[in-house]
Design a protein around this ligand. Structure first.
Ligand SMILES: C[S@@+](CC[C@H](N)C(=O)[O-])C[C@H]1O[C@@H](n2cnc3c(N)ncnc32)[C@H](O)[C@@H]1O
Length: 288
């Protein structure tokens, strides 16, 4: 990365702000909720050993928990009368606090207990190894978080090893037909070594894991990125490049190239005067 350019995650406040904006401008959570409504009930119907009174669920990189909460609701309605214990692994304290607020607001009537691990997935693994503990889970999910781990391979391998008999591991990740892949490969990778978009399917194939893929179509409105000085546009460029204050710190020709590339058909389309970036996702379900 250029000397004056700093990774977005070095400024947690800005990082959270730009992710929030990304959620507001995209159909990211809507398409996940559609998948949770339409596909998840079937996926979770077979988890758990026959007659168990409690299902153990683990969310890794849960953020503020909106999607986790939807997942828990579907698991509960598919397994009525069974209690759920949900563990959360999330390093960011602010996100955990928001998640706890959500539980307080909506979770009182639900038969769900929580354990909060304010730590990264790497720290969780280390802690379990030190305690010689490897509690098993009936359902584990890693949603939009594998970009941030030290090793995708080791992370998937470790969490897969924590699956209970009949358990399932769900990964939701940017798909290879989203605009992010060509943009990172052709422009962003030239100035950033961080968060290169990994090909999760390739990793799973190398590991000879069996999985099923669901395609989730999603859009991201990036129109404001094209108005210099527009605050939302600047935050969105920070999110897309994962660089803090990208437009202020990147050389002008790089910004121009990035904006030109975003307009390419492999990244976006124009619709009613708006620039709509392709934000498609894959939901990948891996069996025990
Ligand atoms: C893009 S957000 C996704 C949040 C949530 N899953 C969603 O889809 O709305 C990524 C989350 O992963 C967390 N995270 C970053 N590095 C992590 C790591 N090494 N282990 C676990 N979580 C991590 C961040 O704090 C953040 O909350």
């Amino acid at each position: 990365m250029g000397t004056s350019m700093k990774a977005l995650y070095s400024d947690i406040g800005l990082c959270i702000k730009s992710f929030k904006l990304f959620l507001e401008c995209s159909t990211e959570h809507q398409c996940m909720k559609k998948f949770i409504d339409e596909n998840l009930p079937d996926i979770v119907s077979s988890i758990g050993k026959n007659g168990v009174p409690c299902l153990n669920v683990l969310g890794v990189g849960s953020g503020s928990g909106e999607i986790d909460f939807e997942i828990l609701g579907r698991i509960q309605s598919k397994h009525p009368g069974v209690s759920i214990h949900n563990e959360v692994v999330e390093p960011n304290l602010h996100q955990i606090s928001k998640y706890k607020g959500l539980v307080k607001e909506k979770g009182e009537d639900l038969n769900i207990s929580f354990t909060w691990n304010q730590m990264s997935s790497e720290e969780f693994k280390k802690q379990n190894k030190e305690r010689k503990e490897s509690k098993k889970f009936d359902f584990i999910h890693m949603i939009q978080m594998l970009y941030f781990v030290d090793s995708i391979h080791d992370t998937i391998k470790y969490f897969h090893s924590l699956l209970e008999t009949n358990g399932k591991l769900l990964i939701i990740h940017t798909s290879d037909d989203s605009g992010f892949h060509p943009l990172w490969k052709n422009v962003i990778s030239r100035f950033s070594n961080d968060h290169l978009l990994p090909d999760v399917r390739m990793v799973l194939d190398e590991m000879k894991m069996k999985y099923r893929i669901y395609k989730l179509a999603s859009d991201l409105n990036v129109t404001e990125c094209f108005t210099e000085g527009n605050e939302n546009g600047e935050r969105m460029l920070d999110f897309i490049t994962q660089v803090a204050h990208f437009r202020k710190t990147a050389p002008a020709d790089l910004t121009a190239e990035l904006l030109r590339y975003i307009r390419q058909p492999q990244c976006s389309r124009e619709e009613n005067g708006r620039i709509i970036f392709i934000n498609n996702l894959h939901a990948i379900v891996i069996e025990y």
